[in-house]
Write a protein that binds this ligand. Structure first.
Ligand code: IMP
Length: 424
């Protein structure tokens, strides 16, 4: 196993948690480098369902070290709830196996209120955020007025540090007709959270670099997907961090020269939650998947929008991320289809194009160009090796590799750990 970055190649929810979980076995350390509690990774192990938002899914392995890196935005109250839920499920979380970067920024209750207020004010242009305060936290970071995890070290200063920021944000909340946050209450909550989190706080940049120098293998677990990237996604319908491979380096303090492998994860079809353009969106696929009880958000429970696999997006994302290989998840979601469509190009104003255009208006004018494949009409979920797959499923995967420009190395055929197959 080499130092590996895992990224989503679509709009998030690609099933990265499961692939991360699989690759974790071959790593020593698992690190998150961006995003916050907007992420929702579901891992099913021995029939138990674990939902992770901020904690890397490596925590489910007793001998792995998990790092929440400097690029992550951390809601301390949400993090503690997540820790408590996992502990109640029997997961061991200690200051030795969960390290939190002192430089990571804090999402505070006023960020959540601002997220909701700003979304409401955007009206028809709302982004459809997860409401977890992600945008306002990153905005404060870039505006250089954020509070960081290191500020939790000295609780005697917290009242002062929180108060002026809360009051500043309360002005906006009040002007927008929203309830102001109760400053004293926020201080009390965060002080209590600080005392519980303190043992986990450390300089994770130094830790990760020492670990790498000592030959330990690090897995960087990306959250969200390439098209939610603040720079490369379908702006403004994106999240507020760099979800692509470069974000793993800036968000962890590890040099790109230390990265040996990038694995991109994509579903065998496409989904998206929230607003924004979606060229291959299809009612047929949405009805099919929702009818199977699939494609409801792990964080918000929202019904995901669904459509055919868009290889224009994946090919472009493979380029941006420099993927060595791709993992295709949820292949079993297509088991009942007699014809499977793959979008191979777009038609824009009479021209065939192979990369997503920059503006929402142009994307909205794009029509998908499809090629059709015969479905395998067989239940794949119980298969235990790639060789067992029907020829039509193998042909579909080979074609995906050709169109992506990276070979398919891993395959997901169900939510459990043992439903991940290696493609020889
Ligand atoms: P935010 O990250 O909450 O600001 O939301 C911005 C956009 O990213 C919205 O369309 C969300 O639905 C989407 N988003 C954020 N996190 C995830 C995720 O983990 N999976 C899928 N979509 C996400």
């Amino acid at each position: 196993m080499s130092n590996t970055i895992i990224v989503g190649l679509q709009w998030g929810d690609e099933g990265k948690g499961k692939i991360v979980d699989y690759l974790t076995e071959r790593s020593d350390v698992v690190a998150r480098a961006q995003g916050g509690s907007n992420a929702g990774h579901t891992v099913i192990n021995n029939g138990i369902k674990y939902i992770l938002h901020l904690i890397p899914s490596g925590i489910l392995w007793p001998d792995k070290i998990c790092v929440i890196g400097n690029g992550v935005v951390i809601d301390p109250i949400g993090l503690l709830k997540e820790m408590d839920t996992l502990r109640a499920q029997g997961v061991s979380i200690t200051p030795q196996n969960l390290l939190i970067s002192d430089n990571a920024h804090l999402t505070l209750p006023y960020h959540r209120s601002l997220d909701l207020a700003r979304e409401k004010r955007r009206g028809v242009n709302a982004i459809g955020t997860t409401g977890r305060g992600i945008g306002p936290t990153y905005a404060d970071k870039i505006e250089r007025q954020g509070l960081r995890i290191t500020d939790l070290r000295d609780t005697s200063k917290l009242a002062e540090e929180i108060s002026w920021r809360a009051e500043l944000h309360n002005q906006e909340l009040e002007a927008a007709g929203y309830e102001k946050v109760n400053v004293a209450e926020v201080v009390e909550l965060i002080t209590a959270a600080a005392l519980r989190l303190q043992p986990h706080i450390t300089n994770t940049v130094v830790y990760l670099n020492h670990a790498l120098n000592n030959g330990m293998k690090v897995l960087f677990e990306g959250a969200q997907g390439s098209y939610l990237d603040i720079d490369h996604g379908t702006y403004p319908f994106v999240t507020s961090s760099n979800t692509t491979a470069g974000g793993a380096c800036t968000g962890s303090g590890v040099s790109p020269r230390k990265i040996e492998r990038v694995v991109g994860v994509a579903k065998a079809y496409t989904t998206r939650v929230g607003g924004g353009p979606f060229i291959t969106e299809s009612q047929e696929i949405s009805d099919l998947l929702h009818g199977m009880g699939r494609e409801y958000g792990a964080t918000t429970g929202r019904e995901r929008r669904c459509g055919w696999l868009d290889m224009v997006l994946i090919h472009h994302a493979v380029m941006i991320n420099g993927c060595d290989e791709i993992a295709i998840t949820n292949l079993d979601g297509l088991d009942t289809l007699s014809t499977i469509r793959i979008c191979t190009a777009y038609e824009l104003d009479g021209q065939v194009i192979h990369h997503p255009p920059a503006t929402i208006a142009e994307i909205e004018r794009c029509k998908p160009v499809y090629e059709e494949h015969e479905g395998w009409l067989q239940d794949l979920s119980g298969m235990t090796s790639y060789d067992d797959l029907p020829e039509k499923a193998k042909a579909y995967l080979t074609r995906l590799g050709e169109l992506a420009g990276a070979k398919v190395g891993l395959l997901g055929i169900g939510p459990s750990r043992d439903q991940t197959l290696v493609v020889e």
